[in-house]
Design a protein around this ligand. Structure first.
Ligand code: HMG
Length: 387
């Protein structure tokens, strides 16, 4: 029985800052951000959006009433939790109007969380082929104004529906993984912004990729020729390019060119959004699916998931028959419709979103999303469905 991703969709806020403008404001050469880091735009998340609203917004537009009836598991992978106890999945299931005889919970291991959730969903659907699982990776990446990490901020949510006989992609075989206790990036309790050893984190990422990718090839007998595309967690898109270059070391020129061309398709959306931590690899997957025109049914994609701290995993998925027919293909237009704000406006929104006041109401003027956070009353977050 084939199990995999039946539907996938993405949501981020309607605001972004242009990376050339940000570079000028920070006295950097714009090419450092555009080429050296590989980012063109950065999503700016207003206080009225959080992991709950972004997750619900990503899921709502892809789910039919029938899907909602079939879902019996909702897992949110995140490192931007809004509560130390209650899961974002409980809020999201309610906002989406799902059944209540289901399981809802949240899962954490830095950017790896959505992959852990996806693998759990695979196990759940294997045992219960009639059920469907809703997996959400949602985060807001914050390093602080005027820090080296600032250029790698961003945010958003990817929602995926996992089912038997999926329309888009099926899992192939198992994974290889690596877990090590490493201090490359972390966010202690009480900190709104991540702490990071940036250069070290980029080196560890590559070590983890080389380890799990090489073990995967040993385990399966595959070589680079067996993959039609390689997808990476993209904290900034140059990071994925560095990992691709590692993989290309044993590829001939033709295979290298093919993988490089498909990598460009896979980083188009991430370039315009920035890091969305848990959702990052899956936004890259969506970018490949919606922007590529030369992949075909049965082609094998290799996926590398990395979460600081650190956890790495490599696995493969196969494109399903006629998968293009089932893509929503709404992301390009959605990203084009956003509003570009100045660096000053971005800084104001950033500072405002660091602290939420209890018993406050938020200004919804800048946010046109269906699900929004309207404020906090008696320490309870107030969400609204505008439809
Ligand atoms: P930095 O020190 O500002 O940048 O920090 P740099 O000086 O290293 O320059 C970056 C690149 O731009 C270099 O290229 C320069 O040569 C190039 P590279 O050597 O890397 O190939 N450059 C230029 N290129 C063209 N024209 C120019 C120019 N000038 C310079 N004029 C750093 C960069 C990524 C370290 C920083 O932004 C940072 O700390 N980011 C946050 C950490 C991060 O994203 N780490 C990634 C791996 S860890 C991970 O993926 C997990 C994570 O997602 C969290 C989680 O799991 O939850 C972060």
């Amino acid at each position: 029985m084939d199990i995999g991703i039946d539907k996938i969709n993405f949501f981020t806020s309607n605001l972004y800052v242009d990376m050339t403008e940000l570079a000028i404001a920070r006295n950097e050469d714009p090419d450092k951000y555009l080429i050296g880091i590989g980012q063109s735009k950065m999503a700016v998340i207003p206080p009225t959006q959080d992991i709950v609203t972004m997750g619900a917004n990503a899921a709502e537009s892809m789910l039919t009433d029938e899907d909602k009836e079939d879902i019996d598991l909702v897992i949110v992978g995140t490192e931007s939790g809004i509560d130390n106890s209650k899961s974002a999945a409980a809020y999201i299931a309610d906002l989406l109007g799902l059944r209540d005889d289901i399981r809802t919970f949240e899962i954490k291991q830095a950017c790896y969380g959505a992959t852990a959730a996806l693998q759990m969903a695979k196990a759940q659907v294997t045992l219960n082929p009639d059920s469907k699982a809703l997996i959400i990776g949602a985060d807001i990446a914050k390093y602080g104004l005027n820090t080296p990490g600032e250029v790698t901020q961003g945010g958003g949510a990817v929602a995926m529906l996992v089912s038997a006989n999926p329309k888009l992609l099926s899992f192939e075989g198992g994974s290889t993984y690596l877990s090590r206790n490493i201090m490359d990036f972390w966010r202690p309790l009480g900190h709104s912004e991540a702490l990071v050893d940036g250069k070290y984190s980029s080196n560890v990422y590559l070590d983890f990729f080389n380890n799990v990718y090489s073990n995967y090839k040993d385990k399966t007998g595959f070589t680079i020729d067996n993959f039609e595309a390689l997808l990476f967690h993209l904290p900034y898109t140059k990071m994925g390019l560095k990992a691709l270059r590692e993989a290309q070391k044993d590829a001939d020129a033709k295979v290298s060119a093919k993988l490089a061309h498909r990598f460009e398709d896979s980083r188009l959306y991430n370039r315009q959004v920035g890091n969305l931590y848990t959702g990052s690899l899956y936004l890259s997957l969506l970018s490949l699916l919606e922007n590529n025109d030369d992949l075909k049914s049965g082609d094998r994609l290799g996926l590398f998931s990395y979460g600081s701290g650190a956890q790495g995993e490599f696995f493969a998925m196969l494109l399903r028959k006629d998968y293009r027919k089932y893509l929503m293909n709404t992301t390009n237009e959605f990203l084009q419709k956003r509003t570009c704000i100045s660096v000053e406006e971005y800084e104001k929104i950033y500072l405002k979103s660091l602290h939420y006041e209890n018993n406050s109401e938020l200004d919804l003027d800048m946010d046109d999303a269906q699900f929004v956070l309207t404020g906090i009353k008696e320490n309870q977050r107030q969400y609204k469905n505008r439809i």
